[in-house]
Design a protein around this ligand. Structure first.
Ligand SMILES: Cc1ncc(COP(=O)(O)O)c(C=O)c1O
Length: 429
């Protein structure tokens, strides 16, 4: 039984006939043409015109000199992290990661794919708390981390939900400590940040930069990712590593560890078909964000924040945060949640359950990495220093507790979105 359908607060609301997705792929037809061309010409492997074309178009669009097409964003992040490790600490032996024995300062509230490559390379992620202004890495906590671990030389910074972090300050701190930045722009393709007075694209803000074409991203190849750089040497290295690290020799000769991470020309065909629609998708996501913002004006909530002067987010996902005094009780264990309904209040768990009952998909905020069982013994640094728990000023845990991601699919109609806004209003009755 769907208890929300019986609940008088929701009287008169019909479930959506077709599910409203968080963020699903949007095909336009051109994708088929480039995939067909690849098949008809028999260029279906990891070489071909689609790959060349998307690499060239993305590099031009983002203002970087080189883009290397890879199988997914995680592969891009792995090779970017490995490259940074090799640059900082030298080449590792085949059975050892380049970051062995080294700490890496990482965004805490993000998808685990941002930070897992540090572990792939045998490093120790030190999680840096989140700031409340953009929900990204807190530069104040980052500075604190450099005080605690002055030997730190690498930062992995993600832009959450399509909103750029405080990259001017993060870059300045990196510069002061001669540290390198791996930029995870997987969720932020198309976003811009004002750096030294110039609008700069997300994906061009670090030393080693990554984007994703995962099925739920702003444009997709079904999967796929890219490594972005201005360095020809780095681009060549990543291309070589991604194709099993073959040396120029008459046989399979290997001096370095290799990976099978290259993008396929079929996937690149889908991306090629999507690229002309990037701006359209961004405009749709921005309109969705504005409509939610307008629709929630009278509720005790606010939308995911951004810096209006310094950034142009894409709002890949629209999110909301419930005011503390409007939070109804909810309990989350490692794998389950429960909540109470209280008049005038609500909780992310209740709103997500209500939306699901009416056939719309939301999602909790990324659970911070320092709260993940796999990383529980790793250092976590807030503005106050090394700590754990909400009483220690843990911003990420607080956003996870009070926030949620709203259905942000760019095929959702304004009427459908209004119904979602209505459902959320009724949760607070
Ligand atoms: C912040 C972030 N980093 C990395 C990734 C990994 O990208 P992919 O799924 O293409 O491997 C994703 C999304 O999937 C992401 O949201």
């Amino acid at each position: 039984m769907n208890k929300f359908l019986e609940d008088p607060r929701f009287a008169g609301i019909e479930p959506f006939e077709k599910r409203i997705w968080l963020s699903s792929p949007t095909m336009h037809g051109d994708e088929q043409r480039w995939v067909d061309t690849a098949i008809q010409t028999n260029w279906v492997s990891t070489v071909g015109e689609n790959i060349n074309e998307v690499e060239q178009q993305i590099a031009a669009r983002l203002g970087v000199r080189y883009a290397v097409g890879l199988s997914c964003g995680t592969a891009a992040l792995h090779l970017a992290t490995k490259l940074a490790g090799e640059k900082l600490y030298g080449r590792a032996r085949a059975h050892e990661g380049t970051l062995q024995g080294h700490r890496v300062f990482c965004s805490d509230m993000t998808f685990d794919a941002s930070v897992n490559p540090v572990a792939y390379e045998d490093g120790t992620a030190v999680f840096i708390d989140t700031e409340p202004d953009t929900w990204n890495m807190d530069p104040v906590a980052l500075e604190k981390a450099f005080e605690l671990f002055p030997e730190g030389k690498l930062i992995v910074a993600a832009h959450l939900y399509g909103t750029p972090g405080k990259m001017d300050r993060i870059r300045r701190i990196a510069h002061e400590h001669s540290a390198l930045i791996v930029e995870d722009a997987a969720e932020a393709l198309g976003a811009q940040y004002r750096l030294n007075g110039r609008w700069t694209e997300a994906g061009a803000l670090g030393d080693y930069n990554c984007i994703s074409f995962n099925g739920n991203k702003i444009i997709t190849g079904s999967t796929g990712g890219m490594f972005l750089t201005d360095s020809e040497e780095d681009a060549k290295k990543v291309r070589k590593w991604s194709t099993q690290s073959r040396e120029p020799a008459p046989w399979y000769q290997h001096e370095e560890l290799g990976y099978n991470y290259r993008m396929s020309n079929i996937i690149a065909g889908v991306i090629r078909g999507q690229l002309p629609y990037l701006e359209e998708h961004v405009a749709q996501k921005r309109a969705i964000y504005q409509r939610y913002r307008e629709g929630f004006k009278d509720l005790p909530v606010r939308m995911n924040p951004f810096d209006e002067e310094k950034s142009r987010p894409i709002f890949w996902l629209s999110c909301l945060l419930i005011d503390e005094d409007a939070m109804a009780p909810q309990v989350r264990t490692d794998t389950a949640c429960s909540y109470e309904s209280v008049p005038g209040k609500s909780s992310p768990s209740e709103i997500l359950a209500a939306m699901d009952a009416f056939n719309a998909e939301g999602r909790p905020i990324w659970k911070p990495m320092h709260l993940q069982p796999i990383y529980r013994d790793h250092p976590f640094v807030t503005r106050r220093g090394l700590s754990r728990g909400e009483d220690a000023g843990d911003v990420g845990a607080d956003i996870f507790r009070r926030g949620l991601c709203l259905p942000s699919d760019n095929k959702m109609t304004p009427e459908q979105q209004d119904r979602i806004i209505d459902i959320i209003h009724r949760c607070f009755r």
